[in-house]
Design a protein. Sequence first.
Length: 572
Amino acid sequence: MVAKILKFLNLEISGLHKAAYILGISAVLSQILGLLRDRLLAGTFGASQTLDVYYAAFRVPDFIFVSLGSLVSVGIIIPMLISRLDKNADGSGLSSVMSMAGKKFVNNLFSAFTILISIVSALAFFFFPIIIPFLFPGFSAEAVNQTVLLGRILLLSPIFLSISNLFSSVVQVHNRFYIYALSPILYNIGIIIGILVLYPFLGITGLAWGVALGAFLHLVMQIPFVLGEGYKPSLSLRLQWKEVGEVFTVSLPRTITLSIQLISLMILTMQASRMTEGSIAIFSFSYNLESVPLSIIAVSYSVAAFPLLSRFYTEGDTKKFIEHFTVALRHIIFWTTPALVLFIVLRAQIIRVILGSGKFSWDNTKLTAAALAIFALSLLAQSLVMLFIRSYYAAGNTRKPLLINCFSAMITLISSVILVSLFEYSQFFRFFIERLFKVDGIPGTEILMLPLAFSIGSMVNVILFWIFFERDFPGMGKEALGTLFHSFAASVLMGGGAYITLNLLAPNLDLNSFTGVLTQGVVSGIVGILVGMSILQILKNAEFKEMTKVFQERFWRRVWKVKIVGGEQTEL
């Protein structure tokens, strides 16, 4: 049984759509576990100081992971590994077996990086009592002490996840997407174990130990394949500094790019710490929920496309590079636009079903739903930015994403200061926002200005990326604009159908019960989706045709591949 599972996980996956669907399914499962995690946290603690502390404790470890872990991320390592693959005997292409140079390259990076991140994490461990009061000036002395305690435990997470990132580069180069896809699922399982099992025994520190366990499981998932390919990662001080320097030189702009985005979120969290108690929790819950379609759609297509884009660009085949980029771009637009509309229309039902339990109050629910809708405004922008950045990295250009992200981050932070001030001093603006999102009379509504600033920065970001990418790779946007028109038109009508259904069902359901809210949301969503599908069919949308074709060929035929003939089952 174990052998069959390992054999299945080691299957090689070729083709953009198949890999994207595998990663998408994995992302769905992972996000379901993530939603369960958030429901457990919301029901247990509500939007309270405890959750403010929990989410705040992530900021420094997350910064270490993003700033250092990105040095050995798949976006940097995969093109370098591909260049070190052995050629086939006939010279026609790249083999699937790593060369000795490739193995030494990975082993060398493992040693250099493990030493680096261990030293940085150790320094952070000792300086936490100084860092946390500076980052979260609105915290009480007790909250600061708890954040320091949790943050120190969470420092294990960036170490495990960063090494796992390095190993997953090997996994993805060999197109073993099942292994890569399962890792985030195990990560969330570890966190849930922390909430259900460790917290009752260890208190709040049990939550942090659960995160560390999840990160460890994420790493363990990669190890069997890496060892099976002949790697023997071990710490060594005898490093090939030329290779290490090459990686760090290429990855430094990317590291700064990702760090800037995290710094933006950290500054927004700092602002939230000065607001009403529970503001950090509401900001984090809404951001996590908005990230669900982002992980399922944008990450899946971006990750699946990256190895192919890297190969095409390395081989000098710019035409295929643009073609595959455009395919990924069109499908991200196709899937993300309706998700954006549904999140806005069904925001209250989503929050009530996922988070509305235990100590999570009705005021918490309404504020989180409003924040979710504002985050969702930039969902398409965030999704496309992911693809643009990975495509630039595949082309070996890390400077341009850095400059664009720097400018967009400045817009986000400037917007946050202006919006918070405007919300505080302008009664008209405050009344308009509170009435628009139906949160008037609820304390702590100023938190809505932070997701609004984030969305403004994201929209500026995608506009800049689109302009510059079109200049660098002309012709990429023509087909995508047609997809955008079709998807937007279908999504608007889909949202209208869902909204009308919500209002029709409201008088006939008990909306004070979980079942009533779930029924209202699911039925309205289904009606909306059917309306959207009908519009896409009328418009003869290419992506819709591709989706139905894939469904018929890879799912429908498999479901009906067995038929009854003369009372016996036979294969079709």
